[in-house]
Design a protein around this ligand. Structure first.
Ligand SMILES: *[C@@H]1O[C@H](CO)[C@@H](O)[C@H](O)[C@H]1NC(C)=O
Ligand SMILES: *[C@@H]1O[C@H](CO)[C@@H](O)[C@H](O)[C@H]1NC(C)=O
Length: 487
């Protein structure tokens, strides 16, 4: 997940599950932003949300069918896991991940990473389309016909200098895979290898989406515009989590990550001598009043059960002890789990800054920077897709390793896919003290437990294969991608 690249904050509702938040990247037509109204009635208490999720999760497992049905899937899962754990596969996975790790590239510059992925696909004899969204790759395996199910990985790195001292430390100064996207891309390649070997078992087509620019620039949105979801009826995505043991799977139906946006305000007064305030109009006071008032938005105007955040992250103006500056600039981020709450925050942020500035005789302009930092909608998991992931995980890692995820205030651009087709985004634990994989994403010490690579590859592969092969028994409640909302 992408954190805000702008401010480098990881806003996680629950510190246990810090994902990397999305930098809300660049959307051109933000008016099209489809922050989700499905979240409109987010008044449920958390107990209700978790209670019902857990109930349904239990039902999902119980409904799995006759014992022989589950047993046969269990056999398939074990076979997939066996392929993933073959020593030569594990060695290959580690090598691929280390190569990507050594050469981190930022959003929309993933040229070497994309080339490496294509080389590996070529070697496996897998067909792909390229480029989508500059560097994106969309591969497919299977019959070439419907149903089509997609798996997604991101490829971009962060502008962070790696401080982990190891043989495969980043060779690109000031850039680092500090969010695990190197491992995400590798695990998807691992799934490609397994699925290619099991091609004859696939009753449909698996679409593998390697996307650029998750951290900044809304790569997912551009991938969709460029046709990544053509014919695709469902999509799954995974993110490593440093705070749960290796092999733990966490997901939840409904909203998982928040919608996020950014703002920047310039508050203008009239500069002057600090000793003669009566001759100046002090923008520092207006900025201070605005910052304090912004805190009341969530504390006083918001339903406490509808999680939202407004954080001011920068404040700059003036550079002398004895001069009142002409203007002050403040900026920050806001987050919410529903379209309605998101746009209410946006409107009130502007009203508060303009209004408080006026009280202090200043003028203010507020911008939402949608071009540079497009709004990211909330990630909303589909119940049926969530149940599917739970069933696969129960087989593969055991139901004791399955947890209901806590929603996060972080942003994740997988959200764009969830707006278009049924989807499930889940977290995959990789905490392992022996390997030092205990550091939060978006930090210079972030480390991946490579033991997760075969497990993640197997999860991806099993999710897709089982999805296709259970096609006929799944409720047909949805149609293929409607990308018209993104035009
Ligand atoms: C979200 O709210 C904004 C502002 O009220 C509106 O323009 C937009 O159409 C809404 N989007 C959705 C998906 O409901
Ligand atoms: C943690 O890492 C060590 C060293 O690689 C490994 O032996 C151990 O199996 C790992 N634990 C898990 C749960 O994967």
């Amino acid at each position: 997940m992408a954190n805000s690249c702008l401010a480098g904050i990881t806003c996680a509702l629950n510190p246990i599950l810090i994902l990397i938040l999305l930098g809300c990247g660049t959307l051109v037509g933000c008016s099209n932003l489809d922050l989700d109204t499905r979240l409109g009635d987010s008044d449920n208490s958390l107990d209700d949300v978790y209670g019902s999720a857990i109930d349904r999760f239990a039902i999902g497992i119980a409904e799995e069918g006759s014992p022989s049905h589950s047993a046969s899937y269990h056999g398939v899962s074990q076979e997939i896991l066996r392929l993933a754990k073959l020593p030569e596969t594990v060695e290959w996975l580690k090598n691929v991940r280390r190569k990507i790790h050594e050469r981190p590239e930022l959003a929309y510059q993933e040229f070497e990473t994309s080339a490496l992925i294509r080389r590996e696909l070529d070697e496996m004899g897998i067909k792909y389309r390229w480029p989508l969204a500059e560097t994106g790759v969309v591969a497919s395996i299977g019959t070439g016909g419907p149903p089509f199910v997609a798996l997604r990985a991101d490829m971009d790195a962060l502008p962070i200098q790696e401080e982990v001292e190891w043989e495969h430390k980043s060779k690109n100064l000031g850039k680092m895979h500090a969010c695990g996207h190197d491992a995400h891309a590798t695990m998807l390649l691992g799934a490609a290898k397994i699925l290619q070997e099991r091609q004859h078992m696939l009753q449909g087509t698996v679409v593998l989406i390697f996307q650029p620019a998750e951290e900044a620039g809304a790569g997912a949105k551009r991938m969709i515009k460029d046709g990544a979801l053509e014919n695709v009826e469902a999509i799954f995505g995974m993110h490593l989590a440093y705070d749960h043991p290796t092999g733990t799977v966490m997901s939840k139906p409904g909203p998982l990550t928040a919608g996020c946006g950014f703002f920047k305000a310039v508050i203008t007064g009239k500069g002057g001598h600090a000793a003669l305030p009566e001759l100046a109009i002090d923008p520092i006071i207006a900025a201070s009043a605005s910052i304090v008032s912004l805190q009341h938005l969530v504390s006083r105007e918001t339903n406490p059960l509808d999680s939202q955040v407004v954080t001011v992250t920068t404040s700059s103006g003036g550079d002398a002890f004895n001069v009142i500056p002409d203007s002050v600039t403040i900026s920050g981020t806001f987050r919410a789990f529903s379209n309605e709450s998101f746009y209410r925050l946006k409107q009130r942020i502007e009203e508060i800054i303009v209004g408080q500035s006026l009280v202090q005789r200043c003028a203010a302009t507020v911008e939402f920077l949608e071009k540079e930092y497009p709004f990211i909608p909330p990630t909303v998991n589909n119940q049926i897709m969530h149940d599917h992931v739970c069933k696969v995980a129960a087989d593969l890692v055991g139901s004791h390793n399955l947890k209901i995820a806590t929603p996060l205030m972080a942003g994740e651009d997988f959200a764009f896919y969830t707006e278009v087709i049924p989807a499930d985004f889940f977290l995959f634990g990789m905490k392992n003290e022996t390997c030092g994989s205990i550091h939060a994403p978006h930090t210079s010490l972030f480390t991946v437990d490579e033991n997760v690579l075969p497990l993640g590859a197997a999860m991806h592969a099993a999710i897709a294969e089982r999805y296709l092969n259970e096609g006929k028994s799944r409720p047909s409640q949805f149609s293929v991608a409607d990308t018209s909302i993104l035009q």
